[in-house]
Design a protein around this ligand. Structure first.
Ligand code: TXA
Ligand code: MG
Length: 324
């Protein structure tokens, strides 16, 4: 069973496990990550194994600073500007990989591009001490809800890993926003913890949406973040016995009949809602209901990523659950 150790006491244990080719669950500002040395094939293979993740779905490599990032990937001026504006923070850049980067090919699933991100806090310190990048997907079984607390990681992966570093609840609560520079344009591959509008303001142009050819973030297939219960979106009326995932101060009709209720944000604050999303979904799911009804959530700011994750949670389960 995994041991849960507070960030203040976990550094040496985490380093020893990573040096030995093992994996460690760590807090980041977005969600918990299941980290392994990105240059060590054994460590990377253990990540896929612990999550039950399909090998065609590549991982994000996490770096401690821009110098480490530039040893791994080739930065065009626009990507560099994005890194300088948002790192450390919840932005992942997809870039051409530099030959001889040292990254194990399992990390990129054979692609010639690599997803890079510089996390805040313990993760950044750990990478700096290790001196090598960490591959880290979200710390949950493939296809399940991402973990935003050490307890949620341990409940899901505890039997398969040895250490969960406890940094408390993750402040952002949604995975990073993934973008890729294409010539003079920037494409949004996955909405996430930085709102598209913020990135648009930094680069002075609209983001392109949708994949250029096929699925560009291979993890972005339909069914994902799947709770055990069915999920019903944009619920205007709550049926008796449903669980209710609420948003804001006004309740949907029939809310009094809900078996259990969690409000993402009483005041309608999308940042608060993002931070609460996965933990609330998990709470409602644990109550044993057959359906979770979700009130409408606006699409602006972080609402885009919240609606993206909810629509994946609601997708039919017979679709391949490929992420992460
Ligand atoms: O906030 C986050 O991004 C968290 C924390 C732990 O850093 N990580 C995370 O990783 O969400 P994961 O593995 O759950 O999601 C990574 C996504 C997947 O959809 C994957 O397909 C995509 O990134 N990805 C990785 N490499 C890629 C590449 N070269 N091109 C396009 N998409 C890529
Ligand atoms: Mg994931």
């Amino acid at each position: 069973m995994a041991e849960i150790v507070a960030v203040g006491e976990a550094m040496e244990r985490a380093l020893a496990l990573l040096e030995g080719g093992d994996v460690v669950a760590i807090p980041t500002e977005t969600v918990y990550g299941l980290a392994g040395d990105a240059t060590n094939g054994v460590g990377v293979a253990r990540i896929f194994e612990a999550k039950g993740r399909p090998h065609f779905n590549p991982l994000i490599a996490h770096v401690a600073d821009l110098a480490m990032a530039e040893r791994i990937a080739l930065f065009d001026p626009l990507s560099k500007r994005l890194a300088q504006a948002f790192w450390p923070g919840p932005l992942t850049l997809v870039l051409p990989q530099r030959p001889g980067s040292g990254i194990h090919p399992l990390v990129t699933a054979g692609l010639d591009t690599i997803a890079l991100r510089m996390p805040r806090g313990f993760g950044g310190d750990l990478i700096a001490r290790l001196g090598r990048p960490l591959a880290a997907p979200s710390a949950n079984s493939s296809g399940k809800i991402s973990a935003t607390t050490a307890e949620a990681v341990a409940a899901d992966l505890g039997a398969r890993i040895r250490l969960v570093v406890d940094g408390g609840a993750t402040p952002v609560g949604l995975e990073s926003t993934i973008v890729k520079v294409e010539g003079e344009t920037v494409r949004l591959l996955r909405p996430g913890g930085i709102a598209a509008e913020e990135i648009e303001a930094a680069v002075g142009m609209k983001l392109l949406r949708g994949a250029a050819a096929g699925i560009e973030a291979p993890g972005m297939l339909a069914s994902h973040y799947a709770p055990g219960a069915a999920v019903r979106l944009n619920a205007g009326r709550i049926a008796k016995g449903e669980a209710l995932l609420a948003f804001g101060g006004r309740r949907a009709e029939g809310w009094q009949g809900a078996a259990v209720l969690r409000n993402l944000s009483q005041t309608g604050d999308l940042r608060e809602a993002a931070a609460n999303l996965f933990a609330h979904l998990q709470d409602l799911d644990r109550s044993g209901v057959t359906t979770i009804a979700v009130e409408p959530i606006p699409f602006d700011g972080l609402g885009e990523a919240i609606n993206d994750r909810l629509s994946r949670a609601a997708a039919p389960r017979d679709k391949i659950a490929s992420e992460t």
